[in-house]
Design a protein around this ligand. Structure first.
Ligand SMILES: Cc1cc2nc3c(=O)[nH]c(=O)nc-3n(C[C@H](O)[C@H](O)[C@H](O)COP(=O)(O)OP(=O)(O)OC[C@H]3O[C@@H](n4cnc5c(N)ncnc54)[C@H](O)[C@@H]3O)c2cc1C
Length: 397
């Protein structure tokens, strides 16, 4: 009998878990999944914590999400040696592999911007930890008068529409408390317009304006003075705040990878945008937030990339299309999606109630989709086909 191929997956998040569970039933594969925490975190819930005080969907024990057939090791991978085909864990265990899937996500670096560490300790953020999301919740729940500023420091942050959702949900929360007329909200971005993609900007900017949210363009955060309540930009701008939140700089995962040169200057794993193969290797792949092949740092991207890698391991032809599908909550029960791919810019999808309901539905389906991908994938594929950006742009422009 031929020996089973050993597939080692580093990271049991949105990408790694899908890959592990898809491979669980392959006869000739032995899957080992390494994760550094006993829980899987649903990161979109950080917004719900920050602006609604709701942590109901935040996390589930990883062992409840892993199918039989997957060996789960709750250990941190410390080092990967691509030439020697081995992963070394923090406890010193060496795990050999025939194929490697790197899916350890990313790290958030508050220290990359002067003054952002004390700012995050005071007001939190909605991109790093549940604790920081709860800090945002306290700050938004506590302000009755003054200025809220949300500034995007890193254009490549997780979930492209999340800062827009944040200011719109802050608006909703402040209106619900009856204090909105006394609290201004400003969204500061480094782009020439509110949203970097021109076509999606045509959807989101009118919503922001209608809700009275000020937009500060060409504002690349340079430094923050927490005590003085002011942020400065590289362009020479300045914003005063009573509550200030910076979408922090994102860096590669906490993992050392050999040979040198495999990681880019920010620590992300260099990988092919079509196949996810780590540069120079055909037996190692990097997917999701950790990879330079992720055109958008989203769970959907990680999921689709996991499918591409698993199909390639089965010997099928499969490549990334660059498809994005970012549900965007606008508050007051309305939503839209950022839908694009390598060939098409984001569709001008008008705000509708049904898109809010779809966002909620995705959150409810999430845990099952992770565990039983072969059940959900045909449904997901039909949805992706029905909402293919070329097709939608003919309908919505
Ligand atoms: C506020 C917010 C809203 C979002 N909204 C959406 C949305 O609506 N739709 C969407 O698709 N995406 C959304 N995202 C983005 C999405 O959550 C991420 O892009 C997705 O989780 C990335 O998946 P991943 O598998 O690459 O990494 P992760 O899900 O971060 O998983 C990485 C895993 O690896 C583990 N790990 C890290 N280092 C090691 C190591 N050295 N050894 C072992 N294990 C390790 C971690 O503990 C973690 O379990 C949102 C993100 C945020 C912050």
């Amino acid at each position: 009998m031929p020996q089973a191929r050993r597939v080692v997956i580093v990271g049991g998040g949105a990408g790694g878990l899908i890959a592990a569970n898809m491979l669980a039933r392959e006869r000739d594969v032995k899957v080992t999944l390494l994760n550094d925490t006993p829980y899987h975190y649903y990161l979109p819930q950080l917004l719900q914590i920050a602006f609604r005080g709701d942590d109901s969907q935040l996390r589930r024990p990883l062992d409840s999400l892993v199918r039989s057939g997957v060996e789960l090791l709750l250990e941190r991978a410390a080092r990967v040696n691509l030439a020697e085909r081995s992963v070394e864990t923090e406890s010193g265990r060496s795990i050999p592999y025939d194929y490697l899937i790197l899916a350890p996500g990313l790290t958030v670096d508050h220290s990359a911007i002067r003054g952002n560490e004390p700012l995050a300790s005071k007001f939190g953020d909605f991109h790093s930890t549940p604790e920081n999301a709860w800090r945002v919740h306290s700050a938004i729940s506590g302000i009755n008068k003054g200025r809220v500023v949300v500034a995007v420091a890193d254009p490549k942050h997780r979930c492209p529409p999340s800062p827009y959702e944040a200011v719109l949900l802050a608006d909703e929360a402040l209106r619900a408390r009856g204090v909105r007329q006394d609290v201004s909200i400003t969204l500061a971005v480094p782009y020439p317009r509110a949203y970097p993609s021109e076509s999606f900007n045509e959807v989101i900017e009118p919503v922001l304006r209608e809700r009275g949210i000020a937009i500060e363009t060409f504002f690349t955060v340079d430094s923050v003075d927490v005590e003085g309540g002011r942020m400065t930009s590289l362009e020479g701008g300045e914003l005063q705040f009573d509550v200030g939140i910076v979408v922090p700089m994102h860096k590669g995962p906490r993992l050392s990878v050999l040979p040198e040169g495999t990681l880019d200057e920010d620590g992300f794993v260099k990988a092919d945008r079509l196949t996810n193969a780590v540069n120079g290797y055909d037996d190692a792949f990097a997917i999701g937030d950790a990879s330079t092949s992720a055109n958008a740092r989203t769970g959907v991207t990680a999921h689709l990339q996991a499918e591409v890698v698993v199909k390639r391991l089965r010997g099928e032809h499969s490549v990334n299309t660059g498809r994005t599908n970012c549900p965007t909550e606008l508050g007051f029960g309305m939503g839209t999606f950022v839908i694009s791919d390598y060939q098409h810019p984001a569709v001008r999808l008008p705000p509708m109630r049904v898109f809010f309901l779809m966002k909620r539905m995705f959150a409810d389906m999430y845990w099952d989709m992770l565990k039983y991908p072969e059940f959900w994938n045909p449904i997901f594929e039909s949805y992706l086909e029905a909402t293919e950006p070329g097709r939608l742009s003919k309908i919505f422009g």
